[in-house]
Design a protein around this ligand. Structure first.
Ligand SMILES: Cc1cc2nc3c(=O)[nH]c(=O)nc-3n(C[C@H](O)[C@H](O)[C@H](O)COP(=O)(O)OP(=O)(O)OC[C@H]3O[C@@H](n4cnc5c(N)ncnc54)[C@H](O)[C@@H]3O)c2cc1C
Ligand code: SF4
Ligand code: SF4
Ligand code: SF4
Length: 347
């Protein structure tokens, strides 16, 4: 019997988080680095064809797949505290630099041995990297709106390191939590980002930026989705934008089935929505999150009562779920196994 992830791929809802690759004991699954546009009739995203040629049927991959696990109905139920934060050194970061500051402080204090992150070259081609120092973390500042299977990098990390931090979008934070709970306890901290959607490399780098915005990738120093528009900032000081509604339909198909906006399964969630410009919204969700945040607090400015606050976050949670929840439930009905669907209990 093929593993559950084979159906996740077949129905084109694989988020390409990379968790199955990280945990498969025999290396049967390889999520291609570039996470190609998914064709449900072409399972070559998995180079060895998960489940079909070499799989030994241990089913570990299904226990770490966020799509198989399903979503939580009330995203904010496990939030222990919510506030805004800004790193004392936020230069080059997407927003307040909180996610970078957390990792840098934990390396400086000897609390982690390794973290996973994403860097990019001047053409905005992303690269998944294992970080082992504060200098490495510097290279990952800034949001890349393309998708990469960052958890695949855990395969090497599990071999070499004992205390690993993960920073990733909600599907990746969710899968990292499932790995920690079911397979490998070496993930000591999960920092989840907020995420409305992400894009395939080809679509973002060959269509949206050059064709729709008519800007050269090499000229861009920052991309941003905010205030209803997709913005790109160029080195000559110009700002170009397009309404989000004109590009959102190009988001990856799995993102149209995703019902996690705020990284429910993370220890600490970090975003921009809910906080002032240049700051991060921060959600502490677990005891682990509390413990690690206390260790790095001195590197951050904190605003305990940010505006516009949680009310706006709640509106965006609803906006993301509208349509997506229906799409996800429809796919769950096609699965031959019982998928978790959307669960009422919290975590
Ligand atoms: C695809 C995507 C969509 C997002 N959508 C929203 C949104 O709708 N609302 C909102 O409030 N926030 C959103 N965010 C989060 C926001 O863009 C910032 O990442 C967050 O506010 C943290 O800011 P920072 O200043 O601490 O990050 P920085 O200090 O600049 O650090 C960036 C961190 O993000 C990681 N990273 C960058 N790109 C990716 C990627 N593609 N996948 C995984 N990790 C990555 C880097 O490795 C690094 O750790 C999104 C992020 C991504 C990646
Ligand atoms: S069922 Fe086991 S052997 Fe097969 S792909 Fe999944 S993790 Fe690998
Ligand atoms: S674990 Fe991640 S990469 Fe693997 S099938 Fe599930 S969503 Fe896709
Ligand atoms: S919307 Fe974001 S969290 Fe959800 S599948 Fe897409 S990239 Fe992952």
């Amino acid at each position: 019997m093929p593993p559950k992830i084979a159906e996740v791929i077949e129905y084109d809802v694989c988020a390409a988080c990379g968790a199955c690759e990280a945990v498969c004991p025999i290396g049967a699954v390889t999520v291609k680095k570039a996470a190609e546009i998914r064709d449900p009739n072409d399972l070559s995203l998995y180079e060895k064809g998960a489940g079909y040629q070499v799989c030994e049927g241990c089913f570990t991959c299904g226990r770490v797949c966020p799509v198989v696990d399903g979503f939580i109905e009330d995203e904010l139920a496990n939030v222990r505290s919510f506030f805004a934060a800004k790193a004392k050194d936020s230069k080059g970061s997407q927003d307040g630099g909180t996610s970078t500051a957390i990792l840098k402080a934990l390396f400086r204090k000897g609390e982690i041995d390794c973290a996973v992150g994403i860097t990019r070259n001047e053409k905005w081609e992303p690269e998944v990297v294992l970080l082992t120092s504060e200098e490495d973390v510097e290279r990952t500042r800034g949001t890349k709106y393309t998708s990469d299977p960052i958890l695949s990098a855990l395969r090497e990390a599990f071999d070499k390191y004992d205390r690993i931090a993960v920073v990733g979008v909600p599907c990746q934070a969710h899968a990292a939590r499932l790995i920690r709970e079911n397979v490998n306890e070496k993930i000591v901290l999960i920092v989840g980002l907020l995420c409305m959607e992400s894009f395939h490399h080809d679509v973002m780098l060959e269509k949206i930026v050059p064709e729709i915005l008519q800007v050269k990738l090499e000229d861009i120093w920052k991309m941003e989705f905010t205030k209803g528009k997709f913005w790109v900032y160029t080195n000559d000081g110009e700002v170009h934008s397009v309404p989000i509604k004109d590009v959102a339909r190009f988001a990856r198909n799995p993102c149209h089935h995703c019902c996690d906006y705020t990284s429910v399964f993370a220890d600490i969630s970090v975003g921009s929505v809910g906080a002032a410009d240049g700051w991060n919204s921060v959600f502490i969700r677990t005891e682990i999150g509390e413990k690690y945040f206390d260790l790095v607090r001195e590197d951050l400015e904190i605003n305990e009562d940010p505006k516009p606050g949680l009310e706006l976050v709640g509106k965006l949670i609803d906006m993301k779920r509208k349509g997506n929840a229906e799409h996800y439930v429809e796919v769950c009905e096609k699965f031959s196994f019982e998928a978790a669907g959307i669960r009422k209990e919290t975590i």
